[in-house]
Ligand binder design. Structure first.
Ligand SMILES: [Zn+2]
Length: 366
């Protein structure tokens, strides 16, 4: 917190400088010089610093193989999503050679919904971007929209969500794989009202960034950021979004979705949002000393993250449901963790218990 306070002072001073007469500037620099050594010394006593970077992104081209997605004439959704996914992936690789880009598919093949999330989880991805194209019976609906996982109160996004989720009926044994989930039965979706999305706030940040860029064109109609229970996002243990680039059923959108140049523009827009998100994500974190000793705390690097919040919650907050938490500040977010474990296996064992209280909890390294 100490660093934060001084950072704020410095920020305020910087803003103030714009309006300050030149002769005051020297005085401000002098004041900064006085401030810096003192906070460095104090900070070292209580906090250690680590560099956190967005290292792995999974790009998920919707549909594929026997599942064409939405169809209009000769045009199939699966081909548009793959084309945009690849342009996006190449752009990220070019600009950020250190970032690992993983595709859930790079050819025209069928990949089950749960496998898409599993690919991201196995590779400890920092971000999951699923790319889709929409369609409705009416040709009037148009525009771009970006979804994060969850149930909104109105359930107003169920139509597009059921359409995308219905893919799973093409999967062998889907009934047991998705615990009897029926994509066409509204009651199936009730389980999601109990779901805590540990990555909601981060997902919303990248979703907003995507919409901000997409609205610049080629499809300028902005349907905004929405929340709906997309199965492909359900099991992702990282910030994740699903982008609907436009409606094949709308003639204007259709033109943009099928054009080679306009597909590059879509990929560029998502790339710019990725860039903005990465800039915000890559940061030096301050690892605080535990507020209270965590249960079974060792000095291992594996912890169980139960939630993230832009608000600083004091220890003992009722949000922690009685668990003793440690807090780690990453960018503008506070991540809350329980326990420290030497191995991922030990952490996973404890995770099973923690999940009773926090179903969205997951193992993370710090
Ligand atoms: Zn789709």
């Amino acid at each position: 917190m100490l660093i934060l306070q001084h950072a704020n002072i410095i920020k305020n001073l910087k803003v103030g400088m714009i309006f300050t007469h030149k002769k005051h500037i020297n005085a401000i620099f002098f004041a900064l010089l006085l401030i810096f050594p003192s906070w460095l010394l104090t900070a070292q006593n209580t906090e250690s610093k680590q560099l956190v970077q967005l290292k792995t992104v999974v790009i998920d081209a919707g549909h594929g193989g026997k599942d064409p997605g939405t169809i209009k004439g000769n045009v199939q959704e699966k081909n548009i999503t793959l084309s945009v996914a690849k342009i996006l992936g190449n752009k990220i690789k070019d600009r950020y050679p250190d970032v690992k880009v993983i595709y859930t598919r790079s050819t025209d093949k069928f990949v089950p919904l749960d496998e898409r999330a599993a690919i991201a989880n196995r590779n400890h991805a920092d971000l999951f971007i699923s790319i889709h194209v929409n369609a409705t019976k009416s040709s009037a609906a148009r525009g771009t929209e970006t979804f994060v996982m969850g149930l909104d109160k109105s359930n107003s996004n169920m139509e597009v969500c059921q359409l995308e989720n219905s893919v799973l009926t093409l999967e062998d044994g889907y009934n047991s794989k998705y615990s009897g989930f029926d994509p066409n039965n509204p009651e199936s979706y009730i389980i999601f009202s109990l779901l805590q999305n540990a990555h909601l706030e981060q997902s919303l940040i990248i979703a907003e960034a995507v919409q901000n860029e997409l609205k610049k064109g080629p499809i300028t109609h902005n349907r905004g950021v929405k929340q709906a229970p997309f199965l492909v996002l359900w099991k992702c243990t990282m910030p994740s979004i699903l982008v609907e680039l436009g409606f094949l059923s709308n003639p204007t959108d259709y033109k943009a979705l099928t054009g080679k140049q306009t597909q590059v523009q879509f990929a560029n827009a998502i790339f710019k949002a990725f860039e903005a998100y990465k800039k915000q994500y890559d940061t030096v974190i301050e690892v605080s000393a535990p507020q209270t000793p965590a249960p079974s705390a060792g000095d291992g690097k594996y912890r169980i993250q139960i939630m993230a919040s832009s608000k600083l919650l004091p220890s003992g907050s009722k949000e922690f449901k009685g668990l003793e938490c440690e807090q780690v500040k990453v960018g503008n977010m506070y991540k809350y963790t329980v326990g420290r474990f030497a191995t991922r296996e030990e952490a996973a064992k404890e995770l099973e218990k923690v999940k009773n209280l926090f179903p969205g909890a997951f193992v993370s390294t710090f």
